[in-house]
Design a binder for this molecule. Structure first.
Ligand SMILES: [Zn+2]
Length: 270
């Protein structure tokens, strides 16, 4: 019986599940015949390991899409964890955010704290660009998707024409946090994504899939930066994250959502 209700669960395809914690952080579980792969571990709320055991008993490989706190929080519950080396330098910065995050979330974040301990961080293995993970009957190809952070990666499941993209290209694109890269890096990644073979993609903060065509809108959104008026945005959870938000569409009919981009305040043009 399914008794662990710490996460929402959406079956995307056979053996592919999108999980969401109560703060709308998401992870994707992909189950092969020999192994399972967990793409991100969210903020560390709830019993993620127990939840996954209700879905599979296979050994679980964890891939962190990037090094931000809301993607690595549950790492401490797993043994085999990979993160692109370019994001390793973010981990001490994330450790420095824990107290503020506990204040703004109004609760202790003990798993995040443990996942960011020096002992746990030392266990994280560097994820090579273009790595392939064979889960048995299903291959997962890692693709570098820099922009949101230098070490952001996607996981392409060619057989399912599905890309797991983390925060690499999202409707409300964030380029104003620790590790975020200049706009042209993101634009190049969007171009790269358009040339990859998939039809739909999953993101780090949504239960649903997105159609590949929406990437053209995301690109259009990058082109209004500094041309339309930007609005100051202060991130509720970490006060020093301040950005300028540029809105392309308040409601895009295809995805029923806002399309905007937020860049660092100091890099906003007047
Ligand atoms: Zn992020």
């Amino acid at each position: 019986m399914n008794t662990n209700t710490d996460f929402k669960l959406q079956e995307i395809d056979t053996g592919i599940y999108q999980l969401q914690d109560e703060r709308e952080n998401c992870a994707t579980l992909v189950i092969g015949t020999q192994k399972a792969l967990l793409f991100d571990t969210m903020l560390g709320l709830g019993d993620l390991k127990g939840f996954i055991h209700q879905l599979t008993n296979l050994p679980v490989i964890v891939i962190n899409s990037h090094g931000h706190f809301d993607h690595i929080g549950g790492n401490c519950q797993f043994d085999e964890i990979y993160l692109n080396q370019r994001d390793f330098e973010l981990l001490p910065l994330m450790r420095g955010c824990i107290e503020e995050l506990e204040r703004t979330h109004k609760r202790p974040l003990s798993k995040l704290r443990e996942s960011l301990s020096e002992e746990q961080v030392a266990k994280i293995r560097p994820l090579a660009d273009d790595s392939v993970f064979d889960l048995g009957g299903l291959a997962i190809e890692i693709v570098a998707l820099p922009g949101h952070t230098a070490g952001s990666v996607g996981a392409l499941i060619r057989e399912k024409r599905l890309l797991l993209a983390g925060d690499a290209a999202t409707p409300q694109m964030c380029l104003f946090m620790d590790g975020c890269q200049p706009l042209p890096v993101y634009q190049k990644t969007l171009q790269k994504m358009m040339n990859l073979e998939f039809d739909t993609f999953l993101l780090g903060h949504f239960l649903r899939t997105f159609p590949k065509e929406i990437l053209h809108k995301f690109m259009e959104c990058t082109e209004i930066v500094g041309k339309k008026r930007g609005h100051l945005l202060v991130y509720t959870w970490i006060n020093r994250y301040r950005g300028m938000v540029y809105f392309l569409e308040m409601r895009n009919p295809q995805i029923n959502d806002i399309i905007c981009i937020i860049i660092k305040e100091e890099s906003a043009e007047s």
